[in-house]
Design a protein around this ligand. Structure first.
Ligand code: HEC
Ligand code: HEC
Ligand code: HEC
Ligand code: HEC
Ligand code: HEC
Ligand code: HEC
Ligand code: HEC
Ligand code: HEC
Ligand code: HEC
Length: 457
């Protein structure tokens, strides 16, 4: 289930909120409230679980918040944050102790800090007999110890934090076995907010693709809450783990992506619908790959499918991730020779030296590495040459520049704009043809034909 829906107020859940509270009020008189603002809802069957018979629900916990404890465990949160708990319980996080048990490592102190709650900290996990409620990766691993909050949810001062930064995940998703955070840190995504802040054309709306706190605020407001929307100056989060992953469980419970992998990257790597001749297209990777986006000489849409685009078009397709998010396990990983999780997002980027899979790993379903390398080199040098030959026609400082103001007819001016658009489309895609060789070639064919005609005429 997409956690976005859990923000929405749910009338059906209101009675559950009431009963859920009642249970706790009975056990701890201090409690003054459950969430009623729709930040979280009860799952459909919370009534049955919490309406006075919590001891019978089989979880071995009466959900009473342990007095005075800093860490209290996810069962306690369930009463008031039912939907979140249901989602989380189906993620691998909830079973992190089972993965250790399966290989007989569930008492190994080396492993416990990342596979339990608060190991080594005050009131944290000790062992499964003393603290059975703190096994696995739970709410309090990401939100901090929440005992005070559970005992007194009305107290704003002890309300758990919501931290969108990747460092929260990076506390565990690091080291030679799974250096996901380290890879992300070297990726351009980690710098996206900084890039924008340093750009002279930055506006708040640009944050939609460059900042997670902006994205979250916009989403909460769309769901009926009133939260302040960050500006270019105040935004603090770049493209974080939580931009692509839903922390409580996403469209799939395994990898917890917020959107199917086929559409996830294209939310941002798109030129958008306003990109038409006369405007400059930016990052049209989605359109290029799927064989749309450019225009014919008369301005109508040019469509050119290619096998690479089927990676997006089919449900099973890994889409952009097929070539850009490449997992690669090494034998006996250690600091100097870690596994690769694909989170640099660009195995072809020569500026990223560490943490890269062999660059053609993602091609091996369909090409040999050697073939992919040769095809790529030939295609890219061809496309680059054609782009370089077209560039002067649109460059005011060049002798070959075709000045639209000196053209005879509106039709010619429109054609020139179409040629320029196609040129920029192929250039801005940045793959130099690889995303869709057919589309790139066809777009450049159009641009070359138009400029040749106008130049001659
Ligand atoms: C007795 C009910 C109750 C219990 C138990 C409870 N919470 Fe809460 N929680 C609330 C209320 C009420 C809010 C405030 C909602 C609001 O104002 O948006 C809240 C808010 C939160 C928030 C912040 C939400 C935001 O939008 O800022 C987090 C995170 C949270 N709770 C986590 C937990 C965790 C983790 C546990 C278990 C250890 C827990 N809660 C147990 C009632 C409860
Ligand atoms: C306390 C340590 C810890 C924190 C914090 C943490 N994780 Fe995890 N995560 C784990 C462990 C351990 C597993 C493996 C669970 C298992 O399969 O046993 C895991 C598994 C996952 C998986 C599933 C991986 C798979 O192979 O299917 C995803 C996705 C994930 N985490 C994302 C995140 C994100 C995103 C964050 C931050 C919002 C985060 N994690 C924070 C420890 C952590
Ligand atoms: C620094 C934090 C950390 C420590 C310490 C740690 N793990 Fe993990 N473990 C993780 C994370 C994060 C994942 C999820 C990795 C992913 O899916 O990318 C994980 C996943 C696993 C998995 C299930 C997925 C898989 O890779 O097959 C097993 C089994 C596992 N760890 C065993 C261990 C053992 C055994 C130890 C101790 C010797 C240990 N871990 C120590 C963070 C840690
Ligand atoms: C892997 C880290 C992680 C775990 C585990 C986790 N959360 Fe969260 N939680 C987050 C992040 C990050 C957000 C911010 C919202 C988002 O990114 O979707 C959040 C948001 C929330 C909110 C605000 C409402 C919302 O959904 O946006 C509440 C309440 C909450 N969490 C409670 C819980 C409870 C209760 C649990 C355990 C059942 C839990 N969380 C487990 C990371 C986590
Ligand atoms: C929330 C928006 C967003 C999403 C989702 C997103 N990206 Fe990005 N991506 C960006 C931005 C913004 C940059 C540029 C950051 C910079 O240069 O500072 C970028 C940069 C990149 C780059 C490096 C480009 C270069 O010129 O070197 C690659 C490759 C990339 N993304 C691939 C992906 C893939 C693959 C996915 C999906 C798994 C994805 N992105 C999802 C916004 C996004
Ligand atoms: C629809 C999502 C989206 C929006 C909105 C967006 N960007 Fe980006 N931006 C991206 C992606 C994706 C990349 C990286 C892709 C690439 O380099 O081809 C990027 C890269 C960049 C870069 C670095 C690469 C370069 O071209 O030098 C800058 C600077 C930038 N954007 C500025 C802006 C500004 C300024 C705005 C607002 C006027 C903005 N962006 C709005 C998605 C977006
Ligand atoms: C731009 C989007 C994006 C960002 C940012 C991102 N991820 Fe991922 N992540 C993905 C995609 C896509 C996959 C699935 C790859 C696949 O299925 O081939 C994935 C897979 C994973 C997995 C499962 C790997 C496995 O063994 O199957 C884990 C764990 C994970 N990510 C954790 C993180 C953490 C932690 C961060 C932040 C440090 C992060 N991700 C940032 C897109 C992203
Ligand atoms: C068939 C494999 C493949 C698929 C599928 C694919 N890419 Fe690429 N992508 C490449 C290759 C190869 C390059 C060229 C890298 C180079 O030469 O530096 C590239 C380049 C890029 C770049 C520019 C990187 C740079 O260094 O300037 C971005 C951004 C990008 N891809 C994003 C995406 C997105 C987003 C998707 C999905 C809509 C996607 N790619 C799908 C193979 C692929
Ligand atoms: C889903 C299968 C698939 C994957 C994965 C894939 N390709 Fe392709 N690729 C094809 C097919 C099919 C063709 C068309 C072959 C033809 O035109 O004869 C092609 C054509 C190409 C061409 C164009 C040849 C030309 O000049 O027309 C290049 C370059 C290329 N691939 C590079 C790559 C690279 C690099 C990767 C990995 C990053 C990759 N491909 C991944 C199926 C795939």
């Amino acid at each position: 289930m997409d956690t976005r829906s859990t923000h929405r107020p749910n009338i059906r859940a209101l009675s559950a909120v009431f009963f859920g509270c009642l249970t706790i009020v009975a056990s701890i008189p201090l409690i003054t409230g459950c969430p009623t603002d729709g930040t979280d809802n009860m799952n459909g069957n919370t009534n049955a679980n919490t309406n006075g018979n919590t001891n019978a629900n089989g979880n071995g916990n009466d959900n009473a918040t342990p007095v005075g404890k800093a860490f209290v465990g996810a069962d306690v949160c369930m009463d008031c944050h039912g939907n979140t708990h249901v989602d989380w319980a189906e993620t691998p996080h909830a079973n992190a102790i089972e993965s250790l048990r399966a290989i007989g490592q569930h008492t190994n102190a080396v492993c416990l800090p990342c596979h339990t709650v608060g190991f080594g900290e005050t009131d944290g996990f000790v062992d499964e007999t003393a603290t059975p409620e703190l096994v696995g990766v739970q709410c309090e691993n990401c939100h901090g110890a929440a005992g005070d909050h559970a005992r007194n949810p009305a107290d704003g001062a002890s309300r758990p934090t919501i931290d969108l930064s990747s460092a929260v995940c990076g506390a565990c998703h690091t080291d030679a076995h799974h250096p996901t955070f380290d890879e992300w840190e070297s990726s351009r995504h980690a710098r996206a907010l900084q890039t924008l802040k340093e750009n002279d054309f930055a506006q708040d709306r640009c944050l939609q693709c460059h900042s997670q706190d902006y994205r979250r605020a916009v989403e909460l407001n769309a769901d009926g809450e009133t939260v302040e929307i960050p500006t270019v100056v105040t935004a603090v989060n770049t493209i974080e783990c939580a931009t692509c992953h839903a922390p409580h469980g996403g469209v799939d419970q395994d990898v917890q992506l917020r959107a199917p992998v086929a559409t996830l990257c294209g939310e941002c790597h798109t030129q958008g619908e306003e990109a038409l001749p006369g405007n400059t297209p930016h990052h049209p990777q989605l359109e290029m790959l799927t064989g749309v986006g450019a225009v014919q000489a008369d301005g109508s849409a040019l469509e050119q499918a290619h096998a690479h685009g089927t990676l997006v078009a089919t449900d099973a397709g890994q889409a952009c991730a097929q070539c850009h998010v490449i997992l690669h396990d090494v034998e006996e990983p250690d600091e100097g020779n870690p596994n690769v999780t694909g989170h640099t997002f660009n195995p072809f980027d020569e500026d990223i030296e560490e943490h890269q899979a062999p660059e053609y790993t993602g091609c091996l379903d369909c090409h040999t590495a050697e073939e992919a390398g040769t095809l790529r080199a030939d295609l890219q040098s061809d496309i680059q040459m054609r782009l370089a030959a077209l560039a002067p026609f649109f460059d005011m400082t060049n002798d070959a520049y075709i000045n639209p103001d000196e053209l005879a007819t509106d039709d010619e001016r429109a054609q020139l704009a179409n040629a320029k658009f196609n040129y920029q489309f192929v250039d801005a895609d940045s793959s130099r043809g690889v995303h869709n060789p057919s589309n790139a070639r066809a777009a450049l064919d159009v641009a070359e034909q138009i400029t040749a005609d106008l130049e001659g005429g």
